[in-house]
Design a protein around this ligand. Structure first.
Ligand code: MF3
Ligand code: CO
Ligand code: CO
Length: 279
């Protein structure tokens, strides 16, 4: 989500929704459909498919489950999923270009089901990755886990950002500033904004029943990004280096968290490195 500075008053007026037990059940259902669709993408991804093929898989699978792909027509977005290849940071639009051996691609799936949105993404390896592709992808994967581990009632959102930033910078990569995680529920994007950088003890205090995404975008080089002047969606690294991202939708509980978009199996072409050798 594009980072828009909230005015203080606005932040208070809007508030952060606390989900009811019933809302949480529906969120679990929509997040499950999103997670299963991401698993399916991993199973079908190959050298030589197009990002339009991925769009078709996601669209058709979502409709088959009785759900809707949230990105389609969201603020004018023309497709059902975001596909972000190599130096594309986020919001890549599926098209006819073929995926090539060594590419990395983030597939970002948001599903509307039972009145609620579920949002999850992962970066996949197309064929055999080079060392830079592996470094940025594995850094982004671990950064998400490290951020999630900070979540519990009473913690601050700044703890999540600080933990992610510290890890990513230690690995010689950078954290994108211009896009953030977000509250999610009946709306695709709700308060709060979830920064993937910052200071411990800063920003909102977490309460059980809050639901938001954590979705660090990690660049090999500098954190600055640029928006494609033609399509006004595609975001690329300003310096042309690779970028990777992982995203989960997370529920705050009294003692910790529940990852609502958790997958039942490892993701092919991403989490199971051995699967890269089978193709
Ligand atoms: N799924 C993205 C996110 O994590 C938002 C995509 S907006 C779209 O917030 F319009 F590009 F689909
Ligand atoms: Co997303
Ligand atoms: Co999101």
């Amino acid at each position: 989500m594009f980072r828009r500075p909230f005015r203080r008053t606005e932040e208070h007026a809007l508030g952060i929704d606390i989900k009811s037990a019933k809302d949480i059940q529906a969120m679990r259902a929509s997040c499950r459909v999103a997670a299963e669709t991401l698993l399916l993408v991993g199973q079908k991804l190959r050298v030589g498919v197009t990002t339009d093929d991925i769009n078709t898989w996601v669209h058709d699978n979502t409709i088959q489950q009785g759900a809707r792909p949230s990105p389609l027509h969201y603020k004018g977005f023309p497709k059902s999923v975001c596909t972000s290849v190599n130096d594309v940071v986020c919001h890549g639009i599926p098209g006819p270009e073929l995926l090539r051996d060594g590419d990395i691609i983030n597939v970002d799936i948001t599903t509307f089901f039972q009145g609620f949105h579920g949002d999850t993404s992962a970066t996949f390896y197309v064929g055999m990755p080079g060392p830079a592709a592996r470094h940025v992808t594995e850094t982004a994967r671990k950064a998400l886990d490290i951020g999630i581990a900070e979540v519990r009632e009473g913690a601050h959102l700044g703890d999540v950002g600080a933990a992610i930033q510290e890890y990513v910078e230690k690995r010689g990569c950078s954290v994108v500033r211009d896009f953030v995680g977000h509250g999610i529920g009946r709306k695709f994007h709700e308060p709060p904004q979830v920064k993937h950088y910052g200071k411990r003890g800063s920003a909102e205090r977490l309460k059980a029943g809050m639901i938001f995404t954590i979705e660090p975008m990690v660049n090999m080089g500098r954190y600055e990004v640029k928006l494609d002047a033609r399509d006004k969606w595609t975001v690329r690294t300003a310096d042309g280096t690779l970028s990777a991202q992982f995203e989960h939708t997370v529920l705050v509980t009294k003692t910790g968290f529940e990852v609502l978009t958790q997958r039942a199996q490892p993701l092919r072409a991403s989490e199971n490195i051995a699967s890269l050798f089978i193709g």
